[in-house]
Design a protein around this ligand. Structure first.
Ligand SMILES: NC(=O)C1=CN([C@@H]2O[C@H](COP(=O)(O)OP(=O)(O)OC[C@H]3O[C@@H](n4cnc5c(N)ncnc54)[C@H](O)[C@@H]3O)[C@@H](O)[C@H]2O)[C@H](O)CC1
Ligand SMILES: [K+]
Length: 522
């Protein structure tokens, strides 16, 4: 399923109306009806009999008006208030206002908070429908409208009223998830045709409640073609991309991942990366590090091959290893560089000269990203396909913008970094985003707080590296790796608790996730 921004949805809307010829009234009718049906399913009329529909000045309000009359048909007691003067309504919203009036509804204009409060507390609804703003929100909500939004939230808080948002919780930016001024806190958001980017990112995500995506009459094959190549990385997406294993197989078919990692005092990261690689199905994993770490790695992870390299100052791999490392890369099908690698001058020189000459896909993580951040544009000149897996702090150093700005709009930040480096960028966080230089984007369906702890990023680098070594196309390898890793974390959270599980447990959970993808195939 694709995920859209306001302008992209509007373009799709206009195209279906103007080019394909679906009347706007039909779309609004389907939209309003889908909200009424979602309410009927979630909040049975026997328990939640009365509904106050709060309509804004535009088509979001129009959806609310359609919803109102369908709720009456479903048995609810319904009142409608307009937060704009009747004269302001146009197009299909005006059509539906007139329909309401012809049906005997007398929607009250309540532009002021005192008027709104009077209607609200006289009627005391069990449900409120937020049809104030949708994807047309242009600026922060202020003045009386803000006071009304706050009153809706207070009433919901104190009276246990259920709030159902039409398309977007009013006040949440559909493109970023920012709260513009203030926002309605919904229990359920019914959005149309495709989910909106802002429904996945904080703080807006907290206002969405349960998200339900409802078709309103677009033609699916054309939507997939016309909508942007920004995908929700969920089980449906993963099942399409994942390649189950046939009967006859041998390890050579599943690639050989080389992990270049580790230095004195920073040994765990390499181990976790290699473990992630093995758990995600790499045929072979070689963990290359300093000679002094090699026996440690060999004893702790016997399933991995190990390579001991010359040790330079600071207990890091020395520059002298360049040629032997290039030989080591010969028969490999993917490379992970960076976990615990160190930041000494020799490592930096080795990092750049190695990557200028390897041809296999390379994933750069951790210290590799710190080294790259000294000259991120230089990454673009590297011949190999690249994946970067920064967390917001590493992205801050690479993009030279604040973490706050990065988190304000993760998708745009990841896109900028991808354009700058020519790499697929995995910007980690709640709903990790993935951006490819060719414009494709992914938003992970997983929001797993327990994954934000030391070592889980190392595991992810190995998981994605393993998929790259199995010859998945790098964008798909990145998205699929993020999906598997997130699902493993989600499972641990539901089995063990919200946090406290170990990075190695996340790696060890991957096979169970792979099984479910295979079992679950249609
Ligand atoms: N294909 C679809 O997805 C369909 C969506 N529908 C609904 O249409 C809205 C978008 O409608 P639009 O008229 O463009 O905007 P809104 O109703 O969201 O906003 C109304 C209007 O409000 C003004 N405005 C914006 N911000 C503020 C502010 N802070 N304060 C005051 N006024 C503000 C601005 O002029 C807006 O135009 C979509 O969400 C769906 O609910 C269709 O009904 C069916 C097809
Ligand atoms: K709304």
């Amino acid at each position: 399923m694709q995920v859209v921004k306001a302008s992209e949805m509007k373009a799709l809307d206009e195209w279906f109306i103007k080019e394909v010829g679906v009347p706007a009234e039909v779309l609004m009718e389907r939209a309003g009806l889908s909200v009424a049906e979602a309410i009927f399913e979630a909040y049975p009329v026997e328990t939640y009999g009365s509904v106050l529909v709060v309509c804004g000045p535009g088509n979001n309000g129009g959806d609310g008006m359609v919803c109102a009359r369908h709720l009456v048909n479903l048995g609810y007691e319904v009142e409608v208030v307009l937060l704009a003067e009747k004269e302001t309504y146009q197009g299909e919203a005006l059509t539906n206002l007139k329909v309401l009036e012809n049906l005997g509804f007398m929607p009250e204009e309540v532009g002021y908070i005192v008027e709104f409060r009077k209607v609200l507390y006289d009627f005391s609804p069990e449900i409120m429908v937020d049809a104030i703003f949708g994807t047309g929100l242009k600026r922060p909500i202020e003045g009386n409208l803000a006071a009304i939004v706050e009153e809706i939230n207070l009433y919901r808080e104190t009276r246990g009223c259920k709030v159902v948002a039409v398309d977007m919780p009013s006040g949440v930016c559909a493109d970023t998830g920012e709260v513009l001024g203030t926002a309605v806190k919904a229990d359920l958001t019914v959005t149309f045709e495709l989910p909106k980017v802002g429904q996945f990112f904080y703080p807006g995500k907290e206002y969405v409640g349960r998200l339900k995506v409802c078709p309103i009459g677009f033609f699916k094959p054309l939507v997939e073609k016309k909508a942007p190549k920004r995908y929700l990385i969920d089980l449906e997406w993963a099942k399409k991309v994942f390649r189950p294993r046939k009967g006859y197989t041998h390890k050579g078919l599943f690639g050989h991942l080389l992990v270049l990692a580790g230095s004195k005092g920073k040994s765990g990261a390499g181990l976790l990366s290699a473990l992630g690689g093995l758990r995600a199905g790499a045929g072979l994993v070689t963990l290359a590090s300093t000679r002094s770490l090699q026996p440690v790695y060999a004893s702790m992870l016997p399933e991995a091959l190990t390579a001991g390299l010359e040790e330079g100052p600071r207990g890091e791999v020395s520059y002298a290893n360049l040629e032997s490392l290039l030989d080591l890369c010969e028969k490999k099908t993917a490379l992970v560089v960076g976990p615990g690698l160190g930041l000494g001058e020799e490592v930096k020189r080795l990092f750049w000269e190695l990557l200028e000459r390897v041809k296999v896909p390379v994933l750069i993580d951790a210290d590799g990203l710190t080294i790259a951040s000294e000259n991120p544009e230089r990454l673009k000149e590297l011949p190999c396909p690249k994946v970067l897996t920064p967390h917001p702090g590493e992205a801050e150093r690479l993009l030279k913008i604040s973490k706050k700005e990065i988190l304000r709009d993760p998708l745009t930040s990841a896109k900028r970094l991808s354009e700058m480096t020519g790499a697929v960028v995995v910007l980690k966080g709640p709903h990790t985003v993935i951006s490819s230089p060719d414009g494709r984007e992914g938003i992970s369906v997983w929001d797993v707080p327990g994954l934000s702890q030391g070592g889980t990023g190392d595991v992810l680098s190995g998981v994605i590296g393993a998929l790259m070594s199995q010859r998945y196309e790098v964008f798909e390898a990145a998205c699929l790796g993020v999906f598997l890793h997130g699902w493993a974390g989600e499972k641990l959270a539901s089995e063990k608790g919200p946090f406290g599980y170990l990075a190695s447990e996340v790696a060890n959970k991957i096979p169970e996730v792979l099984k479910e993808i295979c079992d679950d195939r249609p």
